[in-house]
Ligand binder design. Structure first.
Ligand code: FAD
Length: 388
């Protein structure tokens, strides 16, 4: 395929298929680059068929997806004009910690529904020409002749995930589709794998941290509560000040783990509700182990108790996921220092507000860098021709 400068372009590999991976892959494809997106299948029901070591769980699917106050949603409306519905919607916002006024006043807001976005992205990417490769990147190494080598664990396509006829039966739940190892080589690689970026390129830990976010995730809103009634009308129910951001700011100075609960609620998928959220940050000592979910759920419910005891007691599954954040509130958008051809697109503070625009800008920078690599070669060729 023709790339920038009219040269046949190597594909750009994007690692990750959540919000950031989806947006940067679409932006690169829009500029005419050949894009391969590598990530495990995003639907957990699908990924779970491969066993616990390969999951496609994303922070995006569990997110409230709210846009910061004052963000118009124009970038999302533009994306939807190009790619079809992605789950953006204007909605009301209730600030429940503002007492009587909070109950009376509905502020204008907007959000992107995580499950809707995750369901829509594969189709939008395919239509934009992005090749989606279902695989886990197990390692990333600089190639001997420049560029990058990605060690992949490939997952078979959906239609090959059934136990083949005639194979010995045994316990059906023990059967796992076969996985295959392979190598993918590329000159340009974009890390948009959320918390997974740190495993892929550990030096990013100087600028990137991880918090664990947990919520009660109910597929059906049980109603019978004024706040749940607001959520059923598509509204966000938040507090005036999100505490998570303050906690992330302190990450560099923490001597021990700390958590806070932002007591809030949001619509989730067509009928569900997310209640939360607890955020846990550890000292930046490289610990990646997931916190004990039972402890986290208990803390979350204690935090909700102060807001509304009925919500704190709701029966529903607790789910948690790591979220990458840039230290000092700065997202990592651009070339990775000391690693030519490696780019990062992660660590956003309010990614639903800022990542659409930043994706377009990073795609421009990456394309410009390719064009600059091409131009000197062309000039050199021209000079050589003249010398003949
Ligand atoms: C409860 C909750 C509420 C939130 N509320 C908001 C909000 O209101 N507004 C807002 O802007 N943000 C919010 N956030 C934050 C936001 O959702 C996340 O920051 C954002 O979705 C992260 O997107 P991502 O693409 O970076 O990561 P993810 O969505 O986690 O995607 C990471 C991708 O990388 C893949 N991956 C990881 N490792 C590998 C590997 N080795 N090989 C291949 N693929 C890999 C994963 O499979 C996945 O596809 C919230 C988050 C949570 C959990």
């Amino acid at each position: 395929m023709a790339g920038p400068g009219g040269l046949a372009s190597d594909p750009v590999v994007v690692v990750g298929a959540g919000l950031t991976g989806g947006l940067i892959a679409l932006a690169l494809a829009r500029l005419g680059l050949t894009v391969i997106q590598v990530a495990p299948p995003s639907q957990e029901s699908d990924a779970s068929a491969f066993g616990a070591s390969v999951t496609g769980a994303t922070a995006t699917a569990l997110s409230y997806g709210s846009l910061s106050p004052g963000t118009t949603g124009r970038a999302w409306r533009n994306l939807e004009r190009l790619h079809g519905t992605l789950g953006w919607t204007a909605c009301g916002l209730k600030l429940h910690d503002r007492g009587w006024l909070g109950r009376r006043l509905t502020l204008p807001a907007s959000r992107v529904d995580g499950p809707t976005l995750m369901a829509a992205l594969p189709r939008a990417l395919a239509a934009a020409g992005v090749r989606q490769r279902p695989a886990l990147v197990q390692g990333l190494e600089a190639g001997a002749a420049g560029g990058w080598r990605l060690r992949l664990l490939d997952l078979p396509p959906t239609n090959q995930r059934q136990r083949p006829q005639g194979e010995p039966q045994g316990e059906p739940e023990r059967w796992k589709p076969p996985l295959a190892a392979s190598i993918l080589e590329a000159r340009q690689v974009v890390l948009a794998a959320g918390a997974g970026c740190l495993d892929l390129w550990p030096p990013l830990a100087r600028q990137l941290g991880i918090s664990w976010a947990g919520v009660l995730a109910l597929e059906t809103n049980p109603g019978n509560n004024p706040w749940l009634g607001q959520v059923a009308r598509g509204r966000l129910v938040l507090t005036q000040q999100e505490q998570r951001l303050g906690l992330e700011d302190q990450a560099g100075w923490l001597a021990e783990e700390r958590w806070i609960v932002d007591a809030s609620a949001a619509p989730w998928g067509p009928k569900g509700v997310l209640l939360g959220q607890i955020s846990l940050v550890r000292p930046l000592d490289g610990t990646r182990q997931a916190p004990d979910p039972a402890r986290m759920e208990e803390r979350l419910r204690q935090g909700l108790q102060g807001w509304d005891p009925q919500l704190a007691a709701l029966v529903g599954p607790y789910r948690q996921i790591p979220v990458a954040f840039g230290r000092q509130g700065r997202a990592l958008v651009g070339p990775v220092p000391g690693a030519p051809g490696l780019w990062s697109f992660t660590g956003f503070r309010s990614p639903f507000s800022t990542a659409p625009t930043q994706a377009a800008q990073l795609a421009q920078s990456l394309t410009a860098s390719l064009t600059n690599q091409v131009q000197p070669n062309r000039r050199r060729t021209k000079q050589t021709d003249q010398n003949k």
